[in-house]
Design a binder for this molecule. Sequence first.
Ligand code: MTE
Length: 308
Amino acid sequence: MNTENPPQPIKQEPITPKQLYLTRRKFLESVGIFSVSAFLAACMGNPPSSPSTPLAPADDMETRKDLALSYNNYYEFGTSKSSVAERAESFQMQPWQVEVGGLVKHPQTFSMEELLANFVQEERIYRMRCVEAWSMVLPWMGFPLAKLLEMAQPLPEAKFVAFQSVYRPEEMPGQVGLDFPWPYLEGLRLDEAQHPLTLLATGLYKEPLTPQNGGPIRLVVPWKYGFKSAKALVKITLQADQPVTFWNAIAPQEYGFYANVNPAVDHPRWSQSEERRIGEIGSRATLLFNGYDEVTPLYEGMDLKVNF
Ligand code: MTE
């Protein structure tokens, strides 16, 4: 993966502190923003008025929308971050289906409409740290992956979850021009996938996900490097073995399966101790697990330098 210069500094709204996201949820629920109908109304260009969300002091500010929608990693559309949005403009997100299968009691294929109707959509403001040492703070809409897995009912042999992004070379020039093992694949251990922070995102900035940000549905795993958060998902498979993953297959010494954000484990070609927050001047310290300390028990007893 490359690094490029970020766009210029700006001022934004404060992040929902991680401890408070449930409080925020309750608040939003009280103003009706969690109902599917409210979200669909937002999709139709008639959003509910923005609540004055209760926020605690924090030094994380939401990344400006125009920056988040124009500075993208999405190799299916090439390697230039600033060209992804334009190249993905006519990507067809309708109709869309996500197949959930493998070692589950109830394999099922969901249409996008069913996913929006069956799972309560909520807002989660998360830090996103790319392995290339830049970061953003993004207000996702979506639902916990755990809810979908609950519905599918993993069998006892299921230990991992594999994610597959769409393969559509006729619409995705990178799948033709870049000699990579398409489609883009990712994976999590089952307990990571079931963690309440792990999200299937369907929206961003209170609007449906744009193609360049992974629409219509993508994974978001906020304590891991951004490449774990696969875009444009079409398949979710429960399995006994650790899944093959895209970047790990290309460069295993550089991109591990776990890919937990960790300032103490450098990338072989650059330091991971600091990051550039897109829209800010200077750099800030990178936090273990991107600051999401609640995931620490998932890795108890593991050597994070070996399982990087
Ligand atoms: N998913 C797919 N299918 N293809 C990609 O190239 N890039 C990853 C991740 N998901 C990628 C992907 C990387 S490296 C990052 S940092 C994030 O998407 C970027 O997400 P964003 O463009 O919404 O900020």
